[in-house]
Design a protein around this ligand. Structure first.
Ligand SMILES: [Zn+2]
Length: 316
């Protein structure tokens, strides 16, 4: 790793004050290797996607989702490639970000020790213990608390190097040799639809290095390491399942790819959380199979809000 835990954590701490969030200022720094094997380090704070903030401000929920992109998702989407990366966070991570980091192939998480004492940690400590940590354990991610001043690294969880988490339905990813054109994309979508049958999924063209085009698809899926059988139904607002659109965004980053903003299909209306994250990553144009289908009524409400404000475009 080019950056030791203390420097990486310091990088996140250095920018946390620039977070636009009034009360929950959070930052993350990520170190990894790009597709050419070159080391990189980046950092991001949580943020409001500008188009959403302009249309709805900072308080209005999008469906039932907050209008913020969490720092972990922000840094994962800004990275050139996330497989095997290390991430340092100023705070405890929420169950959604735990699933995102698992899908992105993050190997190690560092938490600044000051994050454990914050108000947010006190309010959300239960979610962290009950869900976030269980998710990253299933994914085989190491988690440490970092004390920068004392240069102390305290393990919360260390995964066995022999542990290989199960993935029931791996993502579909193939190099695509045809042109990036709508009929070719629709043929790919139809082929995936036949494969996934009634299961919700998302599909896209993605760009890799050297301008190479890829076809990528993912269905709704238990967080890595869980299966449909071992999946627990938790109480509260979080679930152990990762929705197709966000799964696709993270799987692409894991492999060093960027989703093509003109070729993005979802079989049903995505959740508000998925949509906010997508807009934050500048993905605003969607082909939708059946917009009347969704995970719940909040999803369609979110879609209609964003569509009505012209933040996103649904291709008929
Ligand atoms: Zn989060």
């Amino acid at each position: 790793m080019p950056h030791a835990p203390f420097e990486l954590t310091q990088m996140a701490v250095d920018i946390v004050g620039t977070s636009p969030h009034a009360t929950n200022k959070i930052a993350a720094a990520l170190s990894g290797k790009d597709a050419d094997g070159k080391d990189f380090v980046i950092s991001r704070t949580n943020f409001y996607p500008p188009a959403i903030e302009k249309a709805f401000g900072q308080e209005q929920k999008i469906g039932n989702a907050s209008p913020t992109v969490h720092a972990e998702m922000a840094v994962l989407q800004a990275a050139p490639r996330t497989e095997g990366s290390a991430i340092a966070i100023t705070d405890l991570f929420c169950p959604n970000c735990a699933k995102y980091m698992a899908e992105a192939g993050v190997k190690t998480i560092y938490i600044d020790h000051k994050g454990l004492d914050k108000d947010w940690a006190n309010r959300n400590g239960e979610d962290f213990e009950d869900m976030s940590m269980r998710i990253v354990k299933h994914a085989g991610i190491n988690v440490y608390v970092v004390n920068r001043k004392k240069e102390e690294l305290t393990p919360i969880f260390e995964s066995s190097s022999k542990y290989a988490p199960s993935i029931e339905n791996p993502i579909y990813l193939e190099k695509y040799n045809g042109p990036a054109e709508i009929p070719a994309f629709m043929a790919f979508v139809a082929e995936r639809k036949a494969f996934y049958k009634d299961r919700p999924f998302a599909a896209a063209f993605a760009l890799g290095g050297l301008g190479n085009l890829y076809a990528i698809a993912a269905d709704e899926h238990p967080s890595i390491g869980y299966t449909a059988k071992t999946l627990e139904e938790p109480e509260g607002k979080y679930s152990f399942t990762l929705q197709p659109l966000n799964r696709l965004m993270l799987a692409a980053k894991r492999h060093g790819l960027s989703l093509h903003r003109n070729f993005l299909y979802v079989s049903r209306t995505p959740t508000g959380r998925d949509l906010v994250n997508a807009v934050g990553a500048d993905l605003t144009k969607f082909y939708i199979g059946d917009r009347e289908r969704s995970r719940g009524p909040n999803s369609l409400a979110a879609l209609e809000m964003l569509e009505g404000a012209k933040v996103i475009e649904i291709v008929p």
